[in-house]
Design a protein around this ligand. Structure first.
Ligand SMILES: Nc1ncnc2c1ncn2[C@@H]1O[C@H](COP(=O)(O)OP(=O)(O)OP(=O)(O)O)[C@@H](O)[C@H]1O
Ligand SMILES: [Mg+2]
Length: 272
């Protein structure tokens, strides 16, 4: 049987229209814990108030990229905003990073950092005059280094009498926190700083039920004991929850079960 057919059979068996536990950062599947909601709200305030800089920390697999995608989707279609998304800032110098930003704005390339900065500042001033709010989202910001943080700080200095010309959102794993501790001048500019923590047992249930609902299943599919066990096994880390749910569902389908019992988790650590 082909993989497509197998997947289709599994989905149909459980009343699902699409896979509920895919590992892509699809914002439709983002379940809002109070932390995720707070992170989104504070970031939006920072952007909408033109306050300059928001920082979001979270350990591996806690939903940072998914939240960034949600932000991107929110602002992308708005006439009043221009949003630049940088997902993997692996440039080695500040000038390279700056060029990646100015390339996104389709600005000409200049040889020196000073000239390139002028180019960007003029652009931001003109966008401001047109009533456009420019948003720069940087995911995996823990990859930034040395002078690139200084560049970010300089960008936060671009301002009119009352507002910042570019709103920057830095999102990164917890070692971003350690890096930023040494960049006090930048850190002190942050209007909002938030952390995504692991999910509580109730939130773990909420995430599973929410994702199943989005995929088309309305009635419970995982037994209560399975969810309790899942929380223990994953320590509330969203990506681990999603991975284990995905495998447990396959195990349940293979064994022709109507509900997903805790025993399916014993096989659920296998690589799929
Ligand atoms: N709040 C949530 N609701 C639903 N699914 C979530 C949530 N948080 C994370 N996930 C799921 O967990 C997986 C990992 O999420 P994501 O890639 O956003 O994490 P991350 O914090 O960016 O990880 P990394 O540090 O490795 O970059 C994805 O499949 C995502 O859909
Ligand atoms: Mg990520």
């Amino acid at each position: 049987m082909s993989t497509v057919k197998t997947t289709h059979t599994l989905l149909a068996r459980y009343g699902l229209n699409e896979p509920p536990f895919a590992l892509s950062p699809d914002p439709r599947y983002l379940y809002f814990t109070s932390q995720h909601a707070k992170a989104l709200a504070f970031t939006r305030f920072t952007i909408d108030d033109r306050a300059g800089l928001a920082v979001l920390y979270g350990d591996i697999g806690h939903g940072k990229s998914t939240l960034v995608r949600r932000l991107y989707d929110l602002y992308r279609d708005e006439e009043s905003h221009e949003v630049i998304l940088i997902t993997n800032p692996d440039e080695t110098s500040a000038l390279q990073l700056l060029k990646r930003i100015t390339d996104s704005c389709e600005l000409p390339r200049r040889r020196t950092k000073l000239d390139q900065m002028r180019e960007l500042e003029n652009y931001l001033v003109s966008r401001y005059a047109e009533g456009k709010n420019v948003v720069l989202l940087i995911d995996e910001a823990q990859l930034l280094q040395g002078k690139q943080f200084e560049l970010i700080r300089q960008l936060t200095n671009f301002e009119s009498a009352s507002a910042k010309l570019v709103q920057i959102v830095l999102v990164g794993q917890n070692n971003l926190r350690n890096k930023l501790r040494l960049k006090r001048a930048l850190l002190s500019r942050a209007a909002a700083m938030m952390t995504l923590d692991p999910l509580t047992p109730d939130e773990t249930r909420g995430l599973i039920e929410y994702r199943l609902r989005v995929a088309g299943r309305i009635t419970p599919l995982f037994e209560d004991a399975t969810i309790t066990e899942l929380h223990k096994l994953t320590k509330g880390v969203p990506r681990e929850i999603v991975k284990r749910c995905r495998t447990a569902l396959i195990v349940a389908a293979t064994n022709n079960l109507n509900l997903v019992p805790p025993e399916t988790l014993q096989d659920a650590g296998i690589e799929t």
